[in-house]
Design a protein around this ligand. Structure first.
Ligand SMILES: [Zn+2]
Length: 65
């Protein structure tokens, strides 16, 4: 780990990766942190009701940033 000397690890999710035409991007230290932001955004910006199915789908889209 930390071969490049960068100790910071970050998880990233892009709204676009979830199939939305949207530039929003969520960053956090953990998947849960990122998914919580994404769920809030989905509801506020896209009028979507976050549910378990959406959560499972989004969880697979979280990448190392
Ligand atoms: Zn969005």
């Amino acid at each position: 780990m930390a071969i490049l000397g960068l100790g910071r690890k970050q998880r990233v999710l892009k709204c676009r990766d979830a199939g939305m035409d949207c530039e929003a991007m969520f960053k956090g230290k953990t998947d849960e942190d990122v998914l919580r932001q994404a769920a809030e955004h989905a509801e506020k910006a896209h009028g979507m009701k976050p549910n378990a199915e959406m959560g499972a789908k989004l969880r697979k889209l979280v990448k190392n940033g």
